[in-house]
Design a binder for this molecule. Structure first.
Ligand code: SRM
Ligand code: SF4
Length: 572
């Protein structure tokens, strides 16, 4: 590969002086609410995206005004655990600097939306003052590491959480840029350290070809959707303790409509490793992708394509060489569900934990339901810690039996119903999409709740109110809500129109398949209502909706990720 055909982002990284660029200068430019285009790419590595309010684009263009720029900030919280003190700080930040909402993401962290440039540094400082940060929450690096939803459920869950923290620390960028720009840290002069001279021993000056995502699961729950990620660890538990991990590689969701060389892919199994090899293997997988990944075409730069292009056998051999040990045979494991278990659960230490469904992950106050106030109150009274899940939900953890009624009363007072309306709604995920996401082609977060209400009529009629059928929507094919692993998936094409996908496995192990293209709400209901009714009548004992539509011949089974576009038969 010559330097000339590398993608633009490779040049931006190379010339950025380890992610500094001219961000600091741009923050001080008062004439615009934006920063320079190249800096927007670098800013991602610091955990922030420049966005604009797309609802206001037309009106502002007419008035010849600059777009309504603001910044999204994403935190890095490996394992997703937050103390009450941190919750209060995060809540304050939301109301002081952002749009007064906390957005729980599909990677179990928080996002703020609507932070204006003049408040960006202050917000970063407030986040760091709460002993949290945003380093590497976005960008071509290892992102936030997720672990099985509740670290306090069992000893094995605690071990998964510990690994999430350790691996996140190990793979963290070392550049001083973050501290210099946001925390007034000591400056490293441009001349004092040449590119590649030790500031980033793992990443060098080019970082990774693309984002890289790690998750850790504890069977039988696949609540982290392990097969959607670049690198996954499945806990192998004996006598209540993790004795090692099955390692998966090469999962990913993003694709581009109409480009068949892009596709979602479920991860492959590499094999078993003992506990002590987890970090060397993470480093070996990530550095192999660093060196082998495609730096010419960003749309083909994820690990899933490296594995497709080089073959899993060659990739595995290289990882074994770098880690200095071969993989053992994968050990048996079973996943039952990729959903969260909503409601109360007791942990191994007898403490109680309450998983609450948060619609689309958005915590806010609306008339009749004041979630933001309720969780703040719980934090102020020190009644629980907080854990975020990859299904955009919230777990109140470490609750004594004595405090259970107190918590239930506070939730009720604020209009929060633990049971939630239907199994389908409880099993729903939606990406952010409009108005903040610059890549959205259609609504998602602002539309899915309404569509579910319409579908609930069919669900009720079929007697399936409590059945969990997982349903996910995204505003574009990038797949932030992992829609290709949903039993019913919607992917935005253009305002009001979606592609409809059916037939993923309830436990997250199989992708779905396209069933209908460019469908509006009327057509969605016309297609799904009869299927829901047939499912209620014809399903076998314990059969999930995703398995049923395959058995009934509605869609073909996607046996492997690279067969996602094969055997397509669209509904007439
Ligand atoms: Fe994502 C880009 C939101 C999880 C695949 N994602 C974006 C951006 C930053 C849009 C952009 O590049 O300008 C979105 C910001 C919207 C906004 O206004 O906030 C965005 N992604 C999200 C979140 C907030 C969705 C949510 O509703 O929760 C999730 C934040 C996760 C986090 O905390 O780190 C989020 N994104 C995901 C996931 C799911 C996951 O990781 O489990 C995926 C699919 C898995 C994967 O990576 O393959 C995902 N996001 C993408 C992609 C496609 C990547 C690809 O390989 O093709 C993009 C576009 C890109 O990178 O070019 C993207
Ligand atoms: Fe934006 Fe598309 Fe991701 Fe939704 S899936 S948040 S529309 S990039």
């Amino acid at each position: 590969m010559t330097a000339d055909n590398r993608s633009k982002n490779e040049h931006i990284k190379e010339e950025s002086h380890q992610l500094r660029g001219t961000i600091e200068h741009g923050l001080g430019e008062a004439v615009t609410g934006a920063i320079a285009e190249d800096d927007t790419q670098l800013l991602k590595f610091h955990g922030s995206y420049m966005q604009d309010d797309r609802d206001l684009r037309g009106e502002r263009a007419k008035k010849k005004l600059e777009k309504a720029y603001s910044f999204m900030i994403r935190l890095r919280i490996p394992g997703g655990l937050v103390t009450p003190k941190q919750w209060i700080a995060l809540d304050d930040i939301a109301s002081t600097y952002a749009n007064n909402t906390l957005r729980l993401t599909t990677r179990a962290t928080f996002q703020y939306h609507g932070v204006i440039k003049s408040n960006l540094k202050r917000t970063m400082q407030a986040i760091n003052a709460a002993c949290l940060d945003t380093i590497a929450a976005c960008g071509d690096v290892n992102r936030n590491v997720m672990s099985a939803a509740n670290p306090f459920l069992s000893k094995a869950h605690g071990q998964a959480y510990d690994l999430a923290k350790t691996v996140s620390d190990h793979l963290l960028p070392r550049t001083g840029a973050y501290h210099e720009i946001w925390l007034d840290g000591e400056k490293v002069s441009d001349k004092s350290r040449k590119a590649g001279e030790g500031e980033e021993p793992l990443y060098g000056v080019h970082y990774l070809p693309r984002k890289f995502k790690i998750v850790i699961a504890v069977p039988p729950d696949n609540d982290v959707d392990i097969f959607a990620h670049d690198l996954g660890y499945i806990a192998i538990v004996e006598k209540g303790e993790v004795v090692g991990w099955n390692v998966t590689v090469g999962g990913g969701m993003g694709m581009t409509h109409g480009e068949l060389d892009t596709f979602p892919r479920t991860a492959d199994m590499l094999g078993f490793i003992p506990v002590e090899d987890a970090i060397p293997v993470a480093e070996a997988v990530m550095t192999t992708q660093r060196d082998w990944g495609n730096r010419t075409l960003r749309k083909r730069a994820r690990l899933k394509y490296t594995i497709e292009d080089r073959g899993i056998a060659a990739f595995k051999a290289e990882v074994e060489k770098r880690a200095g040990k071969p993989f053992g045979n994968a050990r048996p494991y079973t996943f039952k569900s990729s959903n969260d278990v909503i409601g109360w659960r007791q942990g191994h230490d007898k403490k109680w934990h309450l998983t609450l469904f948060i619609e689309n992950g958005r915590i806010k106050n609306v008339p009749g339901k004041t979630e933001k106030t309720a969780y703040r109150l719980l934090a102020e009274q020190g009644l629980c810690d907080f854990v975020l899940t990859s299904n955009q939900n919230l777990i109140l953890v470490n609750i004594s039996a004595k405090n259970k009624p107190k918590i239930e009363a506070i939730l009720k007072e604020h209009g929060i119903n633990i049971a939630t309306s239907s199994g389908m709604r409880r099993s729903s995920i939606s990406c952010v999409a409009l108005p903040t996401c610059g890549l959205a082609l259609a609504e998602s977060e602002r539309y899915l709740p309404h569509l579910i209400t319409r579908l609930e009529e069919a669900i009720e009629k079929a007697g399936l109110r409590d059945d969990e059928i997982n349903i996910r929507m995204t505003g574009c094919p990038n797949g932030c809500g992992r829609p290709y692993l949903a039993e019913i998936g919607f992917v935005g094409r253009t305002p009001g129109l979606y592609n409809l996908y059916l037939g993923a496995a309830f436990n997250g192990s199989r992708l779905n398949k396209i069933y209908a293209q460019d469908v509006d709400e009327k057509r969605i209901l016309a297609l799904l209502e009869p299927l829901i009714s047939r499912y209620a009548k014809e399903r076998t004992d314990g059969e999930h909706f995703g398995d049923f539509v395959i058995r009934a011949g509605v869609v073909a089974e996607t046996k492997q990720g690279n067969q996602f576009h094969e055997d397509v038969k669209l509904a007439s």
